[in-house]
Ligand binder design. Structure first.
Ligand code: HSE
Length: 304
C-alpha cells in the first residue's frame, strides 16, 4: 500500500510574527510513502527532482526522521519503507520546503498506519523535527495561522480570516540561504523596546486581518526582532523595502521566513508595478529572481 500527500509552501514570520505567524502558498511538494513487503529491503529514499544534491538519502533525511518518530509513538520502528519526495518548492529560500516534506511524510505514514495520530500529535511531531511551528501549521491547515509551541511540546494555533483580495507577491532570488545560517546571525537577547515594538505590531496584524484594515496592516508589517539582523544576508532587501514604501497597493514588504525570498503583501491592486520594482531592484545588483503573485492557499496538506 502507498499513500501520496501534497503539501503547500509556506511563508513564516510575516514581519512582526517571528516564529509565530505563517501562511500557505499554492506551490506544492508531493511525498509518497510506501510500505514495501519485501523483508530486508530497508529504507529507500528518492528525491525526484534535479535539485537534490544536498538532501540526505539515508536515515538522516528529515522526512524519515519524522516518520520514525510517528512509528515510535505507536511503539514500533519503520523497517521497510520507500519514500519518494517530488519537490516544486525551492530549498533554502524561506518558503517552508522542509516543513512541507516533513508534514507530507508524516500525514502519508499516518494514513498507512491507520490514523494512530490526530492533528495535535502530528503537529507536535513535525515541530519537534522542524524546531518551530510557524511553517508547520499552515502547511497542515492552509490559510494564515498564528501558532505557539507550548512547554509540553503541543502546538496551540488559530487560523486567521485573511481577506481574499490581499495577494502575496513573492520574489525568489537565485541564491540560497539556510535557516541555520540565518538563525545564527540573530542575537540571544533583544532590547526590551524592540520586544515591545513587535508585541504592538503583532496585535495590530491580527486586528488588521480581522477588520480588513489596510492602514493598520501597513503599520503592522514591520519588525525589529529578526529582519534588521538578517539584512546583511539578503542583498537588495533594504532597497526593495525602500523602493516599495510609497507604491500604491503595497501593505508591506517582509522577509519570507528566514529568507532570502521576499514577500510583498498587497491589497491586490497595482501588482505589475510591484513585481517590476522587486525585479529591477534585484537586477540592478546582478541578482536574478523569479517573481510570482499568489493568493493565500486556503487548503493545507491533502492526501491524493
Ligand atoms: N521562524 C523561522 C525563522 C522560520 O525565522 O528562523 C524559518 O524556518
Amino acid at each position: 500500500m502507498k499513500v501520496s500527500v501534497e503539501t503547500p509552501a509556506t511563508i513564516a514570520n510575516l514581519g512582526c510574527g517571528f516564529d509565530s505567524f505563517g501562511l500557505a502558498l499554492p506551490l506544492y511538494n508531493i511525498i509518497t510513502v510506501e510500505e514495501t513487503i519485501m523483508p530486508g529491503s530497508g529504507i529507500e529514499i528518492n528525491i525526484l527532482n534535479n535539485d537534490s544534491d544536498n538532501i540526505p538519502h539515508d536515515k538522516n533525511n528529515i522526512v524519515f526522521k519524522a516518520i520514525e518518530l510517528l512509528y515510535n509513538y505507536i511503539g514500533q520502528a519503520p523497517t521497510e519503507l520507500k519514500i519518494n519526495i517530488k519537490t516544486e518548492i525551492p530549498v533554502a529560500r524561506g518558503l517552508g520546503s522542509s516543513a512541507s516534506v516533513i508534514t507530507g511524510g508524516l500525514i502519508a505514514a499516518n494514513e498507512l498506519l491507520g490514523h494512530p495520530a490526530d492533528e495535535e500529535v502530528l503537529l507536535s511531531i513535525a515541530t519537534e523535527i522542524e524546531g518551530h511551528p510557524d511553517n508547520i501549521t499552515p502547511a497542515v491547515t492552509g490559510g494564515v495561522t498564528i501558532s505557539a509551541l507550548e512547554d509540553t511540546g503541543s502546538i496551540t494555533y488559530r487560523k486567521l480570516p485573511w481577506p481574499l483580495d490581499w495577494k502575496i507577491i513573492v520574489g525568489i532570488p537565485d541564491f540560497e540561504l539556510t535557516t541555520d545560517i540565518s538563525r545564527s546571525i540573530l542575537p540571544q537577547n533583544v532590547p526590551i523596546q524592540d520586544a515591545a515594538f513587535n508585541l504592538r505590531r503583532a496585535a495590530m496584524f491580527v486586528e488588521a486581518v480581522h477588520t480588513k484594515d489596510e492602514e493598520l496592516m501597513k503599520l503592522a508589517l514591520t519588525d525589529k526582532l529578526h529582519q534588521p539582523y538578517r539584512m546583511k544576508l539578503v542583498p537588495g532587501l533594504n532597497s526593495i523595502m525602500e523602493n516599495l514604501k510609497h507604491t500604491e497597493g503595497v501593505l508591506g514588504c517582509v522577509l519570507a521566513g528566514a529568507g532570502p525570498s521576499i514577500a510583498v503583501i498587497s491589497n491586490g491592486k497595482n501588482m505589475n508595478e510591484i513585481k517590476e520594482i522587486v525585479q529591477t531592484t534585484w537586477n540592478n545588483i546582478n541578482i536574478n529572481a523569479k517573481i510570482h503573485t499568489w493568493s493565500v492557499a486556503q487548503r493545507g496538506a491533502r492526501i491524493l
